[in-house]
Design a protein around this ligand. Structure first.
Ligand code: ZN
Ligand code: ZN
Length: 223
């Protein structure tokens, strides 16, 4: 069966995201996805909690801040510590039964891996819908995928509900389970799809964040 999943989404369990569990499922369904990963910064708590509370197919994961750049770990059953080298982080992800993805490896303004991408990863995020510069980063990631023989995936890196689903990964699986999806990604039975999140939608995120700051200063007890 075909799974359509945004493999890189942050919820309110990441301090910098506005996406509530309810938003996550609402926007994923609205965009025609039948699955979605939860990849909060250095945290697994939200992912497993959300997965337990819904029938929607959630792929639990986290985004690890390694010393060499960000790494998305899907289907890990224990927290991967931040601050380790990329090589050690990938090793830990594998020991925890997970899939290691080199996310947004060639962009500005984010912790990116660049020359630390290597064949020990399972996959590379070829399309990150919030990448800058978009076309160049996709092209470089495609080249790296070929060079290191990595599976190719896509995700939005959404921090705001309406950003979800602009990029997604199609995964051919035997059954709709997280284990089957993880195996299919490692085996390369997947393909990246999508486009950049429209500027207007990204401005929406900035506006919502500004509102939150204003609220915090005007009603400090409410936050
Ligand atoms: Zn990141
Ligand atoms: Zn991210």
């Amino acid at each position: 069966m075909l799974i359509k999943a945004d493999l890189h989404v942050h919820t309110t369990y990441s301090k910098d995201s506005l996406i509530t569990p309810k938003d996550l499922i609402y926007y994923a369904k609205k965009r025609g996805l039948n699955s979605c990963a939860v990849t909060d910064h250095n945290s697994l708590d939200g992912a497993y909690k959300i997965a337990k509370e819904t029938d929607f197919l959630i792929i639990p994961g986290m985004e690890v801040s390694s010393a060499d750049g960000h790494i998305v770990a899907l289907n890990v059953h224990e927290l991967i510590p931040r601050g380790l080298s990329a090589v050690e982080t990938v090793m830990r992800v594998h020991e925890a039964g997970g899939v290691a993805i080199a996310c947004h490896p060639y962009v500005f303004f984010k912790g990116c891996l660049r020359e630390n991408v290597n064949e020990s990863f399972d996959a590379i995020e070829v399309i990150n819908a919030r990448a800058f510069p978009f076309k160049k980063s996709v092209k470089r990631a495609e080249t790296a995928a070929e060079c290191f023989k990595l599976s190719r995936v896509a995700g939005t890196d959404a921090h705001y509900g309406p950003q979800i689903g602009y990029a997604y990964t199609e995964i051919e699986t035997t059954e709709p389970t997280v284990e089957a999806i993880a195996k299919a990604i490692v085996a390369g039975h997947c393909s990246p799809h999508g486009q950049p999140v429209p500027t207007a939608t990204n401005i929406g995120l900035t506006m919502q964040r500004l509102k939150r700051v204003v609220k915090k200063f005007s009603h400090p007890d409410n936050v």
